[in-house]
Design a protein around this ligand. Structure first.
Ligand SMILES: Nc1ncnc2c1ncn2[C@@H]1O[C@H](COP(=O)(O)OP(=O)(O)OP(=O)(O)O)[C@@H](O)[C@H]1O
Length: 469
């Protein structure tokens, strides 16, 4: 059988001790390596012979600003955009590393490194290196291989996320899911678990922002009877419940510093001690965490422990906000509407094509959760089987007490004229054409209302106005 060619890793560092020890470690793990001292040589080597991964230092002279490292990264990205680069940084220079990741580095590690952790990082970086655009798998190909049944969407950015889940689900590697609130981070955690060999065990979900600090240890690790006044019986903690399964740490950015140390310990040693117990227990857990905060920035600000960050982020999955995958909005809206109407025992419901287009143009700062709430509210308030743009606007108005100023959804999709016409039409309907009451409800004089009725062609003369004198 023909053996596959070895993957080649380029090491760029002006410290020969670093070059030698990295090269040795990589050779022992079956990689080909090449070393060089500075950016110029690195670029020349890459131009001559392609590499599969670059490990690069950030400083190549007495200056320690990291500017040279960032420049090299930019040059490599220009030369070979898909080539993954891992940055080597000095302990404590996390702000620089964050800059590097924002500029396109796959990840970073600090010197001195832990051999086993570094090899895991290298392997997963190589495994998850962005495929060439043409190689992005189709939704059908992904569905044939994995169970992503709860996740709706076909946008290339979502497909990349699903492909990454497929690649890492079977491993025990910790995964950090980043993304705005409501964009589906919990669904991604579920998918990681469902597609892992741990699927028949539990996924235990904990909102780290909701745990009272004084109860952190007892909630996470459990307690034995008599450990404290209220401990009437032994109680199993979340870590024990997740044994051989997945522990999902939601809102990880909310965890306070003293509880961060306690969490770090169990992640490092995979052992823990229940409150009041005399012996340590072993926990075989796969950790998936999520946050809508920029965790690396919290580290830079000293609010989140750097060592815990490294433990959690071996694989980082960034979920795009809904406004960056707008082509999925019609699919999502139809799917969610079906779910919502079934859950209320209502008949089949649909969305008019123009309304779908309009929904697709909204900003959705609350992402899919907001889309879901909007659909649910509109379906319930309007009570029709086909929802139109005006129905969404009316439901929003209702939500905001009828005030035009509260119209969040209408702003992008309707002109002020259209909103006004819609409000008058609704008020006419509500007050059965009684002009005095309509005028009062809208805060207009009768004359002002008549003028508007004419302008909008509403009311059909006397039809809407039983009392027009
Ligand atoms: N791709 C999707 N397909 C179908 N439903 C989705 C999708 N993404 C999210 N949802 C739905 O949107 C809602 C919000 O998703 P989820 O709770 O996973 O978001 P989140 O990012 O974890 O939010 P938060 O940061 O506030 O915890 C849920 O009801 C979820 O089922």
């Amino acid at each position: 059988m023909e053996s596959s060619p070895k993957q080649r890793i380029l090491i760029v560092d002006d410290d020969s001790a670093v070059q030698v020890s990295l090269a040795l470690l990589l050779k022992q793990s079956g990689f080909d390596t090449q070393c060089c001292d500075d950016p110029k040589q690195a670029l020349a080597l890459l131009a001559r012979q392609p590499a599969d991964l670059v490990l690069q230092d950030m400083n190549f002279s007495l200056r320690t600003s990291g500017e040279e490292g960032l420049q090299l990264l930019a040059d490599i990205k220009q030369l070979q955009p898909a080539l993954p680069v891992l940055l080597m940084t000095a302990w404590g220079s996390i702000a620089l590393a964050v800059k590097g990741v924002q500029a396109g580095a796959a990840n970073f590690f600090t010197k001195p490194w832990d051999n086993a952790q570094l090899m895991e990082l290298i392997r997963t970086t190589l495994d998850t290196a962005a495929p060439a655009p043409a190689a992005c798998p189709t939704r059908a190909a992904l569905d044939a291989q994995f169970d992503f049944s709860a996740i709706v969407g076909e946008h290339p950015r979502l497909l990349k996320v699903l492909a990454a889940i497929g690649q890492v689900a079977a491993t025990k590697a910790p995964v950090l899911i980043l993304g705005e609130s409501g964009c589906g981070k919990e669904l991604i955690a579920d998918a990681l678990h469902r597609n892992s060999p741990r699927a028949d065990r539990a996924i235990v979900k904990i909102n780290m922002g909701a745990i009272t600090p004084s109860l952190f240890e007892s909630e996470m690790f459990g307690h034995v009877r008599g450990a404290f006044t209220d401990a009437k019986t032994d109680r199993k903690g979340h870590v024990a419940s997740a044994h051989e399964g997945t522990l999902f740490l939601d809102e990880i950015g909310e965890l306070n510093r003293s509880d961060q140390v306690k969490l770090l310990r169990v992640l490092q040693d995979q052992t823990y001690q229940a409150v009041g117990a005399s012996r340590m227990e072993r926990a075989d857990i796969r950790v998936v965490s999520a946050t809508n905060r920029e965790l690396a920035e919290l580290v830079a600000a000293g609010e989140f422990r750097e060592d815990l960050f490294y433990r959690l982020n071996l694989i980082t999955i960034r979920l795009p906000p809904l406004r960056e995958r707008r082509s999925d909005i019609p699919l999502l809206a139809r799917h969610i509407l079906g779910q919502v109407s079934a859950s209320y025992g209502l008949g089949p419901a649909s969305i008019a094509p123009a309304a779908l287009e309009w929904l697709g143009a909204q900003p959705w700062p609350g992402n899919i959760r907001q889309l879901k709430q909007t659909l649910e509210r509109t379906l319930l308030l309007v009570g029709k089987s086909e929802l139109k743009q005006a129905d969404f606007v009316a439901a929003e108005q209702h939500e905001h007490g009828g005030a035009v100023g509260g119209l969040r959804l209408g702003v992008d999709g309707m002109t002020l004229e259209q909103v006004e016409r819609h409000m008058i039409a609704k008020a006419l309907e509500q007050h059965q054409g009684n002009i005095s009451r309509v005028a009062k409800a809208l805060g207009l004089s009768r004359t002002a209302l008549y003028r508007r009725l004419e302008r909008h062609g509403l009311g059909g003369g006397d039809a809407a106005d039983g009392e027009r004198a």
